[in-house]
Design a protein around this ligand. Structure first.
Ligand code: GYE
Length: 334
């Protein structure tokens, strides 16, 4: 009885980005081929319902997922790009069910609205692994495992970069570029940041709007912020790097110096942002790990063998200041 209960409790493990980045091709592929190369059985198929191609982070994640068949020739991948639309992702899942894939992996664009289609997957006895952002479902048995980041923690870390620089008592007017509304990445980062600045009586979020995680919208929204409150804003908090990259262009076009006149923090850690930070145009990056392919492969194997170790695997991620940017740039893998 006790044993059963223990086994049923979802375990959470924290793993280092470095481990995944390093273990990538060699160790994962050699392990797996030795364990199942003798059989001539059919390849296992993972159906991946991706969000879209909205950001540098996403491009890196897609590339990492597409590595799976190279890491382990016993696996095939069916990949669908949802173009940031939930209805496309639902269609993709239904098509994976019809094709009888072995595993469905979903990077959900938003958190809610998945109950029906995930129940269909469960009824078809196809395990579902949620990757990157999370889902909110009434019946937790619809989800076999989750791999991704702690988005609230990322928001808290972004706030800490600001607090460490200015101090708790500074008077700040903060402009916030939100990610896709309703996504875990947006909800969690906003919540974490706002909680962390609660003890800073003079920090004010004066502007807050979504830029949908893209460079183009980040630029457009920042232009509008500057037009109405240009001389007031002294901090930009962007839920991802790409929106910050767009906003930096807008700030320069407006005639201000990004990284100096406006202190900038963002989440992800893509190379372009590290370069801008090394150039003095941004001030802080909270890392978010997109290199989830090797982990998805490993978790899929465990699920298919009935040996799932952890229901939740949270990536371990770093924080970088402007002073660290130059030294870190050559190490970036995405
Ligand atoms: O931060 C952003 C992307 O869900 C963690 O989505 C992901 C976020 C990432 O578009 O750049």
């Amino acid at each position: 009885m006790k044993f059963k209960k223990l086994a049923a409790i979802a375990a959470t493990v924290v793993l280092a980005t470095g481990i995944f980045a390093g273990c990538g091709s060699q160790s994962t592929s050699s392990n797996s081929s030795s364990s199942s190369s003798s059989s001539s059985s059919k390849k296992k198929v993972i159906g991946y319902a991706q969000v879209g191609a909205e950001s540098g982070w996403r491009t890196a994640e897609t590339a990492s997922i597409k590595e799976i068949p190279k890491l382990d020739p016993n696996f095939d991948l069916k990949f669908s790009d949802g173009q940031q639309k939930q209805e496309n992702q639902i269609k993709a899942i239904r098509s994976f069910i019809a094709q009888k894939v072995d595993i469905i992996a979903l990077a959900p664009v938003v958190e809610t609205g998945w109950d029906t289609v995930l129940k269909e997957a469960k009824d078809a006895k196809i395990p579902v692994i949620i990757v990157d952002r999370n889902v909110k479902v009434a019946d937790e048995s619809l989800v076999t495992a989750f791999l991704g980041s702690d988005m609230e923690e990322e928001g808290r870390r972004a706030a800490k970069l600001v607090i460490d620089h200015f101090g708790k008592d500074a008077k700040l007017n903060i402009a916030e570029l939100q990610g896709t509304v309703g996504s875990t990445a947006m909800i969690g980062r906003q919540k974490g940041f706002n909680e962390a600045i609660k003890d800073c009586p003079n920090y004010k979020i004066v502007k807050s709007q979504t830029g949908d995680f893209t460079r183009a919208k980040g630029k457009e929204v920042m232009e509008a912020f500057l037009k109405s409150d240009g001389d007031k804003i002294n901090v930009l908090w962007a839920h991802n790097d790409d929106m910050a990259v767009g906003a930096i262009q807008a700030i320069e076009e407006y005639g201000k110096k990004p990284g100096k006149d406006i202190f900038i923090v963002s989440v992800d850690g893509i190379k372009d942002m590290f370069q801008l930070m090394a150039d003095g145009k941004s001030n802080g990056i909270v890392e978010c790990n997109p290199l989830l392919g090797p982990q998805l492969l490993e978790t899929s194997k465990q699920v298919l063998e009935g040996k799932l170790k952890y229901k939740k695997v949270i990536s371990k991620e770093g924080v970088f200041t402007q002073e660290q940017a130059k030294a870190e740039l050559p190490n970036r893998k995405y």
